[in-house]
Design a protein around this ligand. Sequence first.
Ligand code: DX5
Ligand code: ZN
Length: 206
Amino acid sequence: MKVSVSILKEKNNYKEAIDKINNTSADYIHLDIMDGTFTKSSSFELSKFKNISNKKYDIHLMSTNLDQLINESIKLNPEYITFHIESTKDIIKYINLIKENNIKVGLAINPKTKLYKLKKYINLIDLVLVMSVTPGEGGQLFKVSTIKKIRKLREKYKDITISVDGGINKETCALVSNYVDIVVSGSYITDSDDYDSKINELRVNH
Ligand code: DX5
Ligand code: ZN
């Protein structure tokens, strides 16, 4: 199981947070990009993240402004660029744009979005990011209904990479860790003085 650390709660101290993550066993830095088009809140500008980390980025776009943000994301050469299935009608166009640049592509689904919506795209993508909170803020409570959804997704599609995002701590991680490949965790790690010990606690059963 890989751990991707969200720095959303450290919006105002993102550089310090990234320095700390650089010295941990984290696999990726999860960048939550919001511009007020898909969520009420806004977060970061992608250009700020050039050359400031030794970890690969896992970019989560929560926006309808995908032409611009995918092009900006590509410049950071991330491991994944993930966008929301609810955010556009041109899903295949954006999947192709990301793939043409040799970057892995993810589709994110909101807590209320049904799994059958993925069917058309599942063979074209690398990752499904299952939201376990409503997009917008760090530090929200994990929605328990996500567990069933992730189990079903794993049963249906054995080979797809599954990531879970929102409210992940030691306890909620243990509820889904048998079925996912990547956990995204933010405040549980970044509210702590010792990032690495929190990351290790998430990995404890794996
Ligand atoms: C929510 C974001 C998540 C979230 C993770 O809009 O996509 O990545 O901030 O943070 P925690 O772990 O604090 O829920
Ligand atoms: Zn996220």
